[in-house]
Ligand binder design. Sequence first.
Ligand SMILES: *Cc1c(COP(=O)(O)O)cnc(C)c1O
Length: 389
Amino acid sequence: MGVSDTRTEIRRFLDRHPLPTPCLVIDVDAVRQRFRELATAFGAAGGARVYFAVKACPEPAVLSALIAEGAHFDVASPGEIDLCLSRGAPATSLSYGNPIKKASAIARAHAAGVREFVCDAESDLDHIAQHAPGAEVSVRLLVDAPDSVTPFGSKFGCEPEVAARLLSKAGELGLDPAGLSFHVGSQQLDVKAWDLAIATAAKVAAAAGGTVRRLNLGGGYAIPYREPAPALTKYAEQAAVSLRSHFGDATPELLIEPGRAVVADAGLIRTEVVLVTRRRAADPRRWVYLDIGRYNGLAEAENEAIAYRVERAGGDRGEPEGPVVLAGPTCDGDDVLYQDTPYQLPLSLQPGDQLDIPGTGAYTASYSSVAFNGIEPLRTYCVSGGRLI
Ligand SMILES: *Cc1c(COP(=O)(O)O)cnc(C)c1O
């Protein structure tokens, strides 16, 4: 089932079951398929364990489907740990990948059975040694990746010399210095980003006394929104080539932590037009206000970083179109989706018309505010085989 089939399936479901808008519908069969595609792509490149980054889509039905597929999980908080365990994930399938954690959160994770942690600073390493004795620790590297669509900047990761020192200190503290990790930025369209990061990892491995047992290639695998993105197989091929050239025969065991690539294409948001109007006489564009905005699902439109497709719900009727600015429904001046990125919508568009925003299975519902302006979090419906689950 391809991406366009998934969209057709979800639209058919919505035709049969009209739901109040805005709503997100996730086709869990498509999630399963994307997970398999990733595992296969990286399997062909030497094999990697796949850790789904829970923050991208913490829907219980999605987690259950992935558990059944044998997925591992990248979790960032006690809340995400509890969620995975409540769906039946073994604690040993969880990696606490957030380098920013309270000592109390480490203790809770350890008590729940989590044995894999990522760190990038000395105090966090000390806390892990104290509250999760003997745990496996990977050190996250600060990587000089080309900018992704939503880059991490300098928020995470340590420089190579620090990483080598943390690995050896982990051993001294009685922890298992399992290896290295990095994340080249989400929606990373440049596959060469992994080459730079893998080269850095190889240098640290050499400095740490030869090689490391484990290398976590992070997430960042992109999906096509309005612009094309490399195929998953291209990322896997690049990783295989870079591993061979920088690690030679001493290839470590591999992990990947995809979030977006597993779930984005499996979701579609249906929204309703609330208002269409012109603002300034000199601006020919119509302002189109939707019942969804940056605070109830489309947070990634911040800085217009992710430019989603926006289409008429009934499909393209070949009507004449004109330029629009797209905005959300709240009273916040920042709740504008796109005013620099050009969008066109039918000239006949009016309040009450419905629009579809495909490719929205990742980083939408999980970013939705609880009650800003009295608007409820984005309602999410999971379907499988065309039926609500
Ligand atoms: C968010 C995150 C991911 C997933 O990133 P994607 O770009 O969605 O693939 C993976 N690992 C870590 C540590 C993360 O914070």
